[in-house]
Design a protein around this ligand. Structure first.
Ligand code: 8YV
Length: 307
């Protein structure tokens, strides 16, 4: 970017304050935020005449008021595709680690508590032969489904509309038009929908209670999709088998109760690292650069996000 544009970089590896963001949108022609930068309608209202593009370094654009940007004729782009496989890999890691009690196993080694093999020692739950319910069979959901098939799981999914047969046939995926019905029948549920006003607390207290008591929930999408307090209550009551979370409702804050549940082996928590690979970050940067270059050259950027 330094070679191509006149850039001002945030080199501190800490998010801008809202005041610093306002300063940036007043002066810049292109803004490159990450998920930690909240470009809300208030920030956009203070944007200078020059600001024409918000080139998000990330796939999800829930950190940006896309409608407000469109009203001000500011284009928004994202980085789809390049973090799909990495996020699916990390989802799979959680999907194996939670039922097979990886964290407890590690803790046993670290605490010098391994005194010898026992037939009842560290018994978890098998994943092969189990039904996996994917909420949101998009790019990442499909990549998770492909992996899950290789691990012998039966793939089910809920979308607002059935996905194309070209996607679902190879996965042998069963469509559930009712999320409630699907939740009630799954052994493992994995969330892959975007965060929108419509998916806020999609997994509400009522829906969480529909899940089987031994079921496992995996969330590598967005924390706000799950009612975290209700999830904690459900786990506490022993009415859910376990949870693997890479995202949190009040990120970066991690609820104390979740940490306690992790110590008890009912939760496995990671710090939003689903897409964190060197390769992925470089490809995201290249995609951002292409979006900016095309925009500045007067073309339609390839990864426009529509309101
Ligand atoms: C990104 C993500 O790294 O792209 C997304 O939607 O959730 C992350 O994995 C982050 O958004 C960077 O801005």
């Amino acid at each position: 970017m330094k070679q191509l544009f006149d850039v001002r970089l945030n080199t501190d590896d800490r998010p801008f304050t809202q005041a610093e963001l306002v300063q940036a949108v007043r002066e810049a022609r292109v803004l490159v935020p990450t998920i930690t930068d909240r470009i809300d309608a208030g920030v956009l209202a203070q944007a200078g005449e020059e600001l024409g593009l918000i080139a998000n370094y990330g796939n999800g654009t829930d950190n940006i008021a896309v409608n407000a940007a469109a009203q001000r004729k500011i284009a928004v782009t994202n980085t789809p595709g390049v973090l799909t496989e990495d996020t699916a890999d990390l989802t799979m890691a959680l999907m194996l680690a939670v039922p097979r009690r990886l964290r407890e196993g590690l803790a046993a080694i670290e605490d010098d508590a391994f005194t010898g093999w026992r037939p009842t020692w560290m018994n978890g739950r098998r994943v092969s032969g189990k039904s996996l319910g994917i909420v949101g069979l998009g790019r990442i959901g499909s990549a998770v489904a492909r992996r899950a098939r290789a691990f012998g799981m039966d793939v089910h999914y809920h979308n607002r509309r059935p996905a194309a047969p070209s996607i679902t046939e190879a996965l042998n995926a069963t469509y559930w038009s009712s999320l409630d019905q699907m939740l009630a029948h799954m052994d493992i549920v994995s969330l892959h929908c975007p965060q929108t006003p419509g998916t806020f607390h999609l997994l509400s207290a009522r829906r969480l209670r529909l899940m089987k008591p031994e079921a496992v929930l995996i969330n590598t999408a967005r924390g706000e999709i799950v009612d975290e307090k209700a999830l904690i209550a459900q786990l506490r009551a022993g009415e859910l088998g376990g949870v693997g979370l890479d995202v949190f409702e009040h990120e970066p804050a991690v609820d104390e109760d979740l940490l306690a549940l992790q110590r008890e082996g009912k939760a496995l928590l990671l710090p939003h690292m689903g897409s964190a690979t060197i390769e992925g970050r470089l490809e995201m940067g290249e995609m951002v650069t292409i979006n900016i270059r095309t925009f500045l050259d007067g073309h339609r950027p390839p990864h426009l996000v529509l309101p």
